[in-house]
Each structure stands twice: as C-alpha cells, then as structure tokens.
Design a protein around this ligand. Structure first.
Ligand code: UDP
Ligand code: MG
Length: 341
C-alpha cells in the first residue's frame, strides 16, 4: 500500500445531502496538491443514506474509506475512530457539513511544511444565530480562564495534525474526550490560522442542545478542577456568613431586648443553603460521573464495518494500535524538523 501524505478525517451523521459537495470540493482541492491522500469518512450511526453513499464513493475511488460505527457515538468519538485508522503523515480533521471549507486545507499544509505540528482554524466569524455565537464566545473565554494550560480561544476541531500528534491523541485512553483540548495539551509547535466559519451547506445542526452542553462540560471538567474549588469557596463563604449571623442573633438575645421576627428569614436562609448544597453536590456529581465512565474501561467506540481499510472489518476501538505505539515512541525521541521537505 502506498504511504499517503494526507489523511482527511470527517465524522458523518445523517449528512447525505452534504456528502456529494464535500466529496467534490475535497477531491478538487486534494488532487491539485498532487500528493497521495485518503479521505476517511466515519459514519456515526447515520439513519439516512450516508453509509451507502460513502460505500459507493469507495467503489469508484479507493482513496475514499468508510469506517462505520455500530451506533451513534457522538462527534468526538467518531473523530477519534477516524484518527485511529488514519495513516497519513499529516491528518486533517474537519466537519462533513462544509462549515469547515476544504479550500482552507492548503493553508494548513503550508504551515505544516514550514515545520508546525498542529495547525488549527481560529473562527474569526461565524454564521450562526446570535445567541449561539454569544454562547460559544462565553464558553471559550470561560474555558481559557479555568484551564490550567493554554487552550486557544475560538478554535474548533478543524485542524491539521502531524502524524505523531495524531498518534499521541490515539494513545490517550480517556473517554470524556474534548479533542481540541487534548490537541492543545499534547504541545509541540502549534499555530492558529484565522478563518471565517461558513454556514452549513445543507440540513440542520446535528449537535443537539444536550450534546453541545455535554461537550462544553467535558471541556471544562476534563481540563480544570476550578469548579470544585468554586464549590469549596461558596461553602466557605456561606459558613462564614451563617457564623456571623448566629453570633448576631445570640448577641441580640443576650444583650438586648430585641428579637428577630421570623419565619420568612429562616425559610429563605434554609432555601439558600439547600440551593448551595445541591449546586456543590451537582458539581461533584459531574466529576464523579466522568470518573465512573473512565473506570468502566469500555472501549471508546465500536466499528461495525470498514471499506477500503486493511485489517479487521469490525472491532473495538483500536486505540493503542501498532501504529500508535510505533509513532509515539518516535515522537518522544525525534526532534522537530525546521523544513518538512
Ligand atoms: N456529528 C457526528 N455525530 C453526532 C453529531 C454530529 O458525527 O452525533 C458530525 C456531523 O455530521 C458534522 C459534525 O459532526 O460533520 C459537526 O456537527 P454539527 O454540524 O451538527 O455541529 P455544529 O457545526 O453545529 O457545531
Ligand atoms: Mg456544523
């Protein structure tokens, strides 16, 4: 098999209307580059014709490969599945709804050839509802404030990674995956390229509100323990306040004839305390839930079918595959070349 220079990995969930245009644009861009490439489309349990369309592409063009997951595992895990089978010297991850424009890929490659190991898109503008844009802006700033290392603001999964970075990501076993965070955590030479984020070519966003919240929480919780400290902080603050108020009540009782009248005050204090307790227990719960997910040691995803790939046609997450261990030992020892060719 030829060693491909570029692997494009794209998760697909009910994107049958976008696939033809994605395939057309990708082929146009990649053929112009004149180096061997593969397009790995990961079908994340689509219920429409997506898998059938990808299979048909593979029949006519063996550069297109299908990885089909046994059910919907979610965007981050579908992307992980794709990364685990990619064999290129550089791996490009992008959405399949054309919000990440294939025409930006040559810009990424240019930086990679200059010696950068990770080139990621920074979303200069977005074509989404104002509320969604605001929520994204707020979230990325909060994450930056809370995390212990630098996660670039407004950067998503649209990026190019050198094979060694992709291999290192594959070797990280954690289940609650926030790939753009892990990618930053890995280090090496990283650079952002400002791009405008296009609107979806066709169809509706597949990230439901629930999925998006889950991703946001994974980001915050996997990369920060600050929420736990916030819980401690609120607890301390409330304890101090109640101590002061107890002393005040005692003082009034013993040294004056005043007494505080009461049901409303008592009830609101109780409610406040109850709220604070539930909030802190909730924060703890988020962490414990994620610990629970990790200790179960289930595979990250299950592949039910592949087309155009060597080896088993179904199986469990091939994280820590032969390529991973081989490349990560290489990554650990190699020095970074100034020029790639
Ligand atoms: N996606 C996926 N599994 C899911 C949800 C989404 O593979 O459970 C894919 C989807 O097909 C698209 C990408 O992830 O290629 C981004 O999803 P979407 O466009 O819905 O998210 P948004 O761009 O609104 O963040
Ligand atoms: Mg999208």
């Amino acid at each position: 098999m030829v060693q491909v220079t570029y692997s494009i990995v794209s998760p697909v969930y009910n994107e049958s209307e976008n696939l033809p245009e994605l395939y057309r644009q990708l082929t146009e861009v990649m053929e112009r580059l004149g180096e061997p490439y593969e397009i790995i489309l990961v079908d994340d349990g689509s219920r429409d014709a997506s898998a059938r369309i990808i299979r048909a592409y593979n029949q006519n063009d063996d550069r297109v490969k299908l990885v089909k997951l046994s059910r919907n595992f979610g965007h981050q895990l579908a992307l992980t599945a794709g990364l685990s089978v990619a064999t290129g010297r550089a791996v490009i991850s992008m959405d399949s709804d054309l919000q990440d424009s294939p025409y930006a890929i040559p810009l990424f490659i240019e930086q990679w050839k200059r010696g950068y190991d990770v080139v990621y898109a920074i979303r200069r503008t977005r074509k989404e509802s104002l509320i969604k844009q605001f929520a994204y802006k707020l979230f990325y700033r909060m994450l930056k404030m809370l995390s212990d290392f630098d996660i670039p603001i407004d950067s998503g999964d649209f990026s190019l990674m050198d094979a060694k970075v992709a291999a290192l990501l594959n070797s990280l076993p954690e289940k609650s995956r926030y790939i753009r965070g892990l990618r930053a955590w890995v280090g090496f030479n990283q650079i952002g390229v400002p791009l405008d984020r296009d609107a979806r070519y066709s169809g509706e966003a597949k990230y439901t509100f629930g999925k998006l919240m889950n991703l946001a929480l994974s980001g915050l919780i996997s990369f920060s323990v600050v929420p736990l400290r916030v819980a401690t902080g609120i607890g301390t603050f409330v304890s101090v306040c109640s101590l002061v108020s107890i002393l005040l009540v005692l003082y009034l009782k013993i040294f004056t004839h005043l007494s505080l009248p009461g049901f409303a005050a008592t009830a609101s204090i109780l409610l406040f305390l109850g709220g604070v307790q539930l909030l802190t227990v909730g924060i703890l719960g988020e962490y414990i839930g994620r610990i629970f997910e990790e200790v179960k040691q289930r595979p990250l995803f299950i592949i039910s079918e592949t087309q155009g790939l060597e080896g088993a046609s179904f199986g469990v997450a091939p994280v820590n595959s032969r390529r991973t261990s081989q490349l990560s030992s290489e990554a650990a020892t190699s020095t970074i070349p100034a020029e790639r060719r």
